[in-house]
Design a protein around this ligand. Structure first.
Ligand code: FMN
Length: 324
């Protein structure tokens, strides 16, 4: 399939693996790249720029196809060494960067000077337009369904994607709730040039996370995610578990008085415990509603080939057939 996104990134299929904390390691990025999609290493999962440089080297050993790096700009007080991470990915010859979180304007000149294509992830049309105005090459439009941070507007993709299509000139991919060939065709119909998936890619053979995480996603239904941290205006969609129930109880009890310190036990330092150790009640971890559509743990290649075959069948047979 050829779209503006496959052309932009030099990939075979219009499918991107979004950055994921403690999931987006070289193994997954390379597997997605080898399957013809765009895999992403998650920069901030690496403790420092040297470790990111090594992760990029490892990924290159596993694939000769293009892959990208996710740079998440956090509102935290103690800022990570962004210049160092950016230098590492430039030196590593990376040509695609997924930015997320705060406005990436400050970092665009250096990325563009080095021939890097930038796709910014946003949860609102106004943010997508801002990304276009500052010179991003594409955007990833993340609907209310998504795992992770859906923003505070709560607009699902059935509205958000066509709204983005009405306003944007640069190409965009649909993100949030994407799982299969049906998702891809729907995303294309709504104006996107491809799709970005997070949760679906965790439940693949190559995702280097504990088997308990994959099993939890397969077992979950579309009813099993919750929104946490809304009172802090840092809303996150997570898989429900004991820690999340506790967190929500604190949110109800403390109301507008809730502070980050009140929920530190449920959210800080949780990812290694979940993703590495498989301690599924250790805290709140991002997961999309799309878990309800995930029933197996294929390789990235089987998954992507299946998506493309299914999309082909829907377009050529089901849809074309309806036109008679
Ligand atoms: C476990 C997990 C961790 C994530 N970590 C990040 C992250 O560090 N940075 C980021 O930009 N997005 C992160 N995301 C969001 C994904 O890149 C992607 O936008 C989202 O998962 C799309 O929704 P979906 O899960 O319905 O496919 C994360 C998502 C999940 C499920």
């Amino acid at each position: 399939m050829k779209t503006r996104i496959t052309e932009l990134f030099g990939i075979e299929h219009p499918i991107i693996q979004g950055g994921m904390h403690h999931v987006g390691y070289a193994e997954l990025a390379a597997a997605v790249a080898n399957a013809g999609g765009l895999g992403m290493i998650t920069a901030l999962t690496q403790p420092n720029p040297e470790a990111l440089a090594e992760e990029i080297r490892r990924c290159r050993e596993m694939t000769d196809k293009p892959f990208g790096v996710n740079l998440t700009f956090l509102p935290s007080v103690k800022q990570p060494d962004y210049p160092g991470y950016i230098e590492a990915l430039i030196k590593g010859g990376v040509k695609a960067v997924e930015t997320a979180g705060n406005n990436p304007a400050k970092w665009l000149p250096i990325l563009k000077e080095n021939g890097i294509k930038v796709i910014h992830k946003c949860t609102a049309v106004r943010h997508a337009l801002k990304a276009e105005a500052i010179g991003c090459d594409a955007v990833s439009v993340d609907g209310f369904e998504c795992g992770g941070h859906p923003g505070e507007d709560d607009i699902p993709n059935f509205i958000l994607l066509p709204r983005a299509a009405e306003e944007l000139k640069i190409p965009f991919v649909a993100s949030g709730g994407m799982a299969d060939g049906r998702s891809l065709v729907a995303a294309l119909a709504l104006g996107a040039e491809g799709m970005n998936m997070g949760t679906r890619f965790i439940a693949t053979q190559e995702a280097p996370v504990h088997e308990n995480v994959k099993a939890a996603i397969v077992a979950a239904s579309e009813l099993d995610t919750r929104l946490v941290m809304r009172p802090l205006r840092n809303t996150e969609r997570v898989m429900v578990n004991d820690a999340v129930e506790r967190l929500l109880e604190k949110e109800r009890r403390l109301g507008a008085d809730l502070k980050f310190e009140d929920i530190v036990d449920e959210v800080a330092g949780v990812y290694p415990k979940i993703m590495k150790t498989g301690d599924m009640d250790a805290g709140a971890w991002s997961c999309g509603m799309v878990a309800g559509l995930i029933n197996d743990i294929p390789t990235a290649k089987v998954l992507i080939d299946r998506i493309m075959a299914e999309a082909d069948g829907i377009i050529r047979q089901r849809l074309a057939g309806m036109l008679g």
